[in-house]
Design a protein around this ligand. Structure first.
Ligand SMILES: CC(C)(COP(=O)(O)OP(=O)(O)OC[C@H]1O[C@@H](n2cnc3c(N)ncnc32)[C@H](O)[C@@H]1OP(=O)(O)O)[C@@H](O)C(=O)NCCC(=O)NCCS
Length: 98
């Protein structure tokens, strides 16, 4: 991988009215997964957002997505509540904030 390789993307929903940012998408291209790229990339993004006035972050993640949950916990997110069947029948979401 060189410095110009795109390995993933992150997408937040933000408004100018408040300091909350809602994570809509985090994705690492499959061939780069499991190499700690996602965790590092996500922390860089959160720090960048914090430097640009965003103070609180929240997200939804499917409760079966152990890689993403582990990554978010490591980045300082905490579980606040769950939403049953958010992703479909018996596919619950964890709501996390930091
Ligand atoms: C979730 C995702 C972003 C993680 O990126 P990644 O670069 O593979 O993750 P990392 O290598 O930084 O590892 C993060 C954690 O997940 C764990 N992990 C990685 N691959 C895993 C797998 N297949 N199963 C279980 N855990 C896994 C790592 O061990 C690490 O946890 P640890 O610090 O407790 O050891 C990536 O798998 C992805 O793009 N998935 C598809 C899209 C998606 O699910 N996005 C999140 C939606 S909320």
């Amino acid at each position: 991988m060189n410095v110009e390789t795109i390995v993933g993307l992150v997408l937040f929903n933000t408004t100018l009215e408040d300091s909350w940012a809602h994570l809509l998408k985090l994705l690492i291209i499959p061939k780069y997964r499991g190499e700690r790229v996602g965790g590092k990339f996500f922390k860089v993004c959160i720090n960048y957002m914090k430097q640009h006035s965003f103070k609180k972050f929240y997200l939804e993640v499917e409760n079966s997505n152990s890689a993403a949950i582990s990554l978010y916990l490591d980045a300082g997110f905490e579980l606040t509540h769950t939403k049953n069947s958010y992703y479909g029948k018996k596919r619950d979401a964890l709501i996390m904030e930091c």
